[in-house]
Design a protein around this ligand. Sequence first.
Ligand code: NAP
Length: 269
Amino acid sequence: MMTIYGVVGYPVEHSLSPVMHNAAFKALDMDCAYHKFEVKGEHLQDAILGARHLGFGGLNVTIPHKEAAIRIIEPDRTALEIGAANTLDFRQMKAFNTDAAGAIDALRDSGVELDNKGVLVLGAGGAARAVVYGLAKAGATVTIANRTTAKAADLAAYMRSFGSVFGTSLDSLGEKVRAVDVIINTTPVGMGWEDKPMVTRDMLDRSQTVFDLVYKPLETPLLREARAAGARTVDGLSMLARQGARSFEIWTGVKPPVDIMERSARDAL
Ligand code: NAP
């Protein structure tokens, strides 16, 4: 019988996950299908447990349910430490977080080493939690710069259990950018057509890498600045495909063709 997977979120209409996972199932000739399900917070538990009892293989969980998911399905250590899950596996009845590893995979696959490197993370929200955790565990020295400085300080204080992490404001950003090897945007800045990048070409050089989690548009104003400065760029779709590939492997035990997943998402954009 066909095994069903899916993503629950609110809203979820524009999710690229169905395209990516269905492309991988097709490439591997697996009798599986992946759908998107719009679920409000008050129905999350019913939806997750219902999917499990209907025999689904697993679910991805996206905004705004990633934190709530670990109160419904027992998290593994990584999801517990991050405080959020994006992957539920009904075979193991466990919740996982593949965002952290997906971000690190995207950097490593672009040739970026992280051990003993300085990384500046812009933003201190949900995505930053996973990214900072992954970076800290990979041995980077991480500075979190956030509009609300107290949130950067709080997140840094928590993440210091896992590595070298500091919190700061967005003041004097040029100096902070020049002091690091890698700059990562985890804020939604860049999604709006009129958004001005916080980091500009004059702050960057060829030795640096700029990674933007925003993938719509694919080349954000920040990545355009980075390209103009000759810096290496990593886009948000690279991470999206890799977190998806890790979910796929958790569910099926099979390493999917990440290039096919990534290409299908790029085509769909
Ligand atoms: P979130 O929890 O709402 O956090 C947003 C963060 O951005 C906060 O730190 C907020 O600062 C900051 N921020 C928002 N608007 C800002 C502005 N105009 N100027 C400066 N800082 C601003 O959101 P999230 O869940 O972390 O998601 C953030 C982005 O990452 C979204 O665009 C999402 O699509 C993307 N994302 C991509 C992937 C991927 O696989 N590529 C995965 C996850 C998320 P304050 O604390 O001051 O409010």
